[in-house]
Write a protein that binds this ligand. Structure first.
Ligand code: NDP
Ligand code: 2IT
Length: 447
């Protein structure tokens, strides 16, 4: 069969077997379509059903999470962990708490994670978990009880050499701490079962900053290839959570001015540059909405609706909130306003139509699985430190993270060139990530 026919057939099976899971169909479609030239070159991947196997998770766990609120009212949420692929190492990937979570979101994230983790060069397979629990408006005690209940089921499925979860949307240091505490009570072990832990109990320096810093390091490499840098650039960063905050911090350190940030309700524009200290306090400590920013910065503007952020004129855009937040209209607005580079801090924030606009208009485009791999890479470094019972300095971890991002850029760039689409980092990242996993699966027999 032709490579195109093979890919099409596998995607049909994906749709049939995972009905209604649109985000997963989208993620699988993007990866598999990139792989056509690889399948052409390697007929053995079709002969050994590598694509059929790679789109089917090794294990999917769905469980009930009962918990009580502060008024003793009982609630039930649904918990997920998808252990997608362990060819390269223990399953590794974050946990997301957001009301939109269902199996299709976890599957798309777990699938992306396989190739992202492969790109880091570290020994990590791909997995993802989460729940439709909404942490917004919940007290600390409610979040703690939820995390404890979530871990009361999850603990039997994970392990430092089996599956190592971390954070994602709605899961940060607070939640990881509560989950770690519960895991320790249940197992009577102390080891690196989760990453993103507090610094006092096995967390790694730079893990909090890693995804944002890594995204900017990747973008810096893209800019360098055109003789450009962050110095003097105007930057728009969507979101105002973990990834957005530290993308802002690193871009600013490199001489850029970040003029806009957002949350799911709307965005702020500050022509003087968004004050990061204010955003950190509002979001990390007070857990407030981004619109509160304009109360303290009188020249800044707040606009309802998060999508409007792409109309803000900028040189570089770093979408760092959530999937499909940047559509064709947003992409066209960015291009029209002279944007030269987009690096995805979030997972799959650009719709397929938006990606097409960027590629057609020669906008440097860093897809999430390459550009945001710094978070999981530093999780891999946290695992290494935990295994050694030792901690590295901030500078040491940051240097390793930086080198990993440069290496990811280089392998992505080389794969894009070798397989006939120079400058197309979507194809490059998918191909470079896939090849390593496929080779490992071949070597391990029918797994
Ligand atoms: P946070 O929970 O810290 O922040 C999420 C941000 O995105 C908030 O500003 C939130 O706004 C916004 N957001 C969430 N959902 C939506 C939505 N449906 N529509 C619009 N805005 C939304 O999460 P992170 O910063 O950790 O994650 C952001 C993205 O980065 C995700 O795609 C995640 O998968 C990805 N990522 C995260 C990594 C990590 O290490 N944390 C690593 C690699 C990728 P609001 O407060 O209004 O919900
Ligand atoms: O999407 C991601 O790569 C993450 N949320 C981080 C995963 C991790 O294990 O650090």
């Amino acid at each position: 069969m032709s490579a195109i026919g093979y890919v099409k057939n596998v995607l049909e099976v994906v749709k049939k077997r995972n009905p209604g899971e649109e985000e997963f169909h989208q993620a699988a479609g993007e990866v598999l379509e990139s792989l056509v030239p690889v399948i052409d070159e390697h007929p053995e991947f079709e002969d050994t059903a590598i694509l059929e196997r790679i789109v089917e998770p090794e294990r999917q766990i769905i469980f009930r999470v009962p918990w009580q609120d502060d008024k003793s009212k009982m609630h039930v949420n649904r918990g997920f962990r998808i252990q997608f692929n362990s060819a390269l190492g223990p399953y590794k990937g974050g946990i997301r708490f957001h009301p939109s979570v269902y199996i299709g979101i976890i599957k798309f994230l777990g699938f992306e994670q396989i190739f992202k983790n492969s790109l880091t060069g570290l020994m990590m397979g791909g997995g993802k978990g989460g729940s439709d629990f909404d942490p917004k408006g919940k007290s600390d005690s409610e979040v703690m009880r939820f995390c404890q209940s979530f871990m009361t089921e999850l603990y039997r499925h994970i392990g430092s050499d089996t599956d190592v979860p971390a954070g994602d949307i709605g899961v940060g240091g607070r939640e990881v701490g509560y989950m770690f505490g519960q895991w320790k009570r249940l197992t009577n072990f102390f080891n690196g079962i989760l990453t993103g832990k507090g610094l006092d109990f096995g967390g790694s320096l730079v893990r909090v900053e890693a995804t944002g810093y890594g995204c900017v390091y990747f973008c810096e490499e893209m800019l360098k290839s055109k003789g450009e840098s962050f110095e003097g650039k105007t930057v728009v960063v969507s979101g105002s959570g973990n990834v957005a905050i530290y993308s802002h911090e690193k871009a600013t350190q490199l001489g850029a001015k970040v003029v806009a940030m957002s949350d799911s309700s709307g965005f702020i524009y500050d022509q003087d540059g968004v004050n990061l200290d204010t955003v950190k306090r509002l979001k990390e400590i007070e857990r407030k909405r981004i619109k509160e920013y304009v109360k303290e910065h009188k020249l800044a503007e707040y606009h309802e609706g998060s999508g409007g952020i792409w109309d803000v004129k900028c040189d570089v855009a770093l979408p760092s909130a959530t999937q499909n937040e940047l559509d064709e209209k947003g992409a066209l607005a960015l291009v029209k306003n002279g944007c030269i580079a987009v690096a995805e801090g979030a997972n799959m924030p650009s719709t397929p139509e938006a990606v097409e606009v960027f590629l057609k208009n020669n906008v440097l485009f860093g897809p999430g699985k390459a550009a945001n791999a710094g978070g999981v890479a530093t999780s891999g470094l946290e695992m290494a430190q935990n295994s050694q019972r030792f901690s590295w300095s901030f500078e040491e971890v940051d240097k390793k993270l930086h080198q990993i991002m440069v290496d990811i850029y280089n392998s992505t760039n080389e794969a894009a060139q070798k397989y006939g689409t120079p400058g197309n980092f979507v194809n490059g990242a998918n191909i470079a990530g896939f090849l390593k996993v496929a080779r490992a699966m071949m070597a391990q027999g029918l797994v």
